[in-house]
Design a protein. Structure first.
Length: 448
């Protein structure tokens, strides 16, 4: 997946030179500060945004072409699901220590090393294809390496945003970042199908190049991605438990993590399901790429609509509605009669997913303290996405033994139950607008 982008306020290097200056800035009421300038005027933000934008497009290119390549080599949905599961396995294993270590380490260096490694791993697929020696074992190893590096890259990426963007700008910056990722979801699959048709090695070479662009953007940034840290002597497990305790004592954040887990775990194999459903409708690789690009169209629309929707619907009601639309939208895939309607349903479903993601992500960033960002976000993602290997394996098995249509219907059942749980939750029903949550956090920080 593409990294979420971070933003920095213009000319803030002096402001954030030390913790004292940062704390003074935090304690000045927002009405006494000058309005924050637009994010696009920030040099470092534009460097980061452009690098991560290209990287995200490359990730989307390989997301569609890797299952196609495994199916071409093995003719087995189960083995295609296995490769996908191996990419998610490191996240389930290393997510908790990764979050704690990212809170200790230099986040910028972590991101540089991770994207360098991912460039080498994806590039090895292209080299092996050109040499005619690609094997399923190599694809499994690349999936493990890429998944491991992503596990460390993501918490460093997310933890930067609240550090370099004011709290007032967090919802807008989050929506802008999701819009960038959504544009990648539009362009990446379309390019992936086209490049795969030119040559099986081409999309993986392009993905490797996209990570190189990310490294270049990060290398020339001057922003400090975290506050100065004091020397840490406590063991990693104690820091992990600190983050876990903090998250679990926040009822709303805990519920969001469990809700996300229930909605997403059954459908982690959606790419494999889409491909097999589309192939039954006689879709070519180019058409399949266009079908995946429809998710980008929906994601862009959802990211653009998210701020307006967040202003009109209370946080709790928005999350409940999104959960039901998410579950029912998945079920409809089992009954699409042709590729045109398939593309329309994909677009509509991803409008909803994008709004849901932008809303819950903004809440996480608003309420989490800086020194816990890496740990809390890693723990949240472990709860939300820890079932990815199981979901991919189950999806591959169901498709092979029941067919893609019945697989979609069966996987809808746990989603429907989780959406019902959200609708009955008193915690969500009593939650106000997202803007009110952000304002309350600012006021609490001021009075502290």
């Amino acid at each position: 997946m593409g990294a979420n982008h971070m933003a920095q306020k213009p000319d803030s290097s002096d402001l954030y030179t030390d913790d004292l200056a940062a704390s003074v800035h935090a304690e000045v009421p927002s009405r006494e500060r000058r309005p924050d300038p637009p994010l696009w005027r920030n040099r470092d933000y534009m460097l980061l945004w452009s690098g991560q934008m290209i990287s995200s497009i490359g990730t989307q290119v390989s997301q569609i072409t890797l299952p196609l390549l495994v199916l071409a080599l093995t003719f087995s949905p189960v083995q295609a699901g296995l490769v996908g599961a191996l990419r998610g396995l490191p996240f389930a294993i290393f997510s908790l220590p990764a979050g704690a270590l990212v809170d200790r380490w230099d986040r910028r260096k972590v991101m540089l090393l991770c994207d360098t490694g991912r460039a080498l791993a994806l590039g090895s697929i292209a080299v092996a294809l050109w040499l005619g020696c690609l094997s399923l074992l190599q694809l499994c190893l690349v999936a493990l390496i890429e998944g491991t590096l992503f596990t460390f890259f993501y918490p460093a990426d997310v933890a930067c945003l609240p550090r370099v963007v004011s709290r007032e700008q967090l919802p807008a910056a989050t929506a802008q970042n999701f819009a960038s990722d959504s544009l990648s979801s539009l362009l990446g699959p379309f390019l992936g199908g086209m490049l795969y048709g030119i040559g099986h090695a081409v999309p993986f070479l392009c993905d490797a190049f996209s990570y190189v662009c990310s490294v270049i953007g990060l290398f020339f940034m001057r922003t400090k991605f975290q506050q100065e840290r004091t020397q840490v002597s406590s063991p990693i497990w104690r820091e992990v438990m600190e983050g876990l305790t903090w998250l679990w004592q926040n009822p709303l954040l805990r519920l969001l993590a469990l809700l996300y887990c229930g909605l997403s775990t059954p459908i982690y194999g959606y790419a494999l399901a889409w491909i097999t459903l589309a192939q039954r409708l006689h879709a070519t690789p180019f058409v399949i790429g266009a079908l995946f690009a429809c998710s980008g169209i929906g994601s862009i629309a959802g990211a653009l609509l998210a701020p307006a929707v967040q202003k009109r619907l209370p946080f709790g009601r928005l999350i409940v509605c999104s959960a039901w639309i998410w579950a029912i939208g998945w079920l409809i895939y089992a009954y699409v009669p042709n590729l045109l309607i398939f593309g329309v349903i994909v677009s509509l479903a991803f409008i909803n997913v994008s709004i849901f993601n932008a809303t819950q992500f903004s809440y996480r960033l608003i309420v989490t303290p800086d020194h816990l960002q890496g740990r809390v976000n890693s723990i949240f993602r472990l709860i939300a996405f820890g079932g990815q290997p199981l979901g991919l394996l189950v999806t591959g098995w169901l498709i092979q033994w029941t067919g893609p249509n019945w697989a979609v219907i069966i996987l809808f059942v746990p989603q429907g139950l989780v959406a019902l749980m959200a609708a009955l939750s008193p915690t969500l029903r009593g939650t106000p607008f997202l803007s009110q949550l952000g304002q309350k956090k600012i006021e609490d920080a001021h009075w502290e």
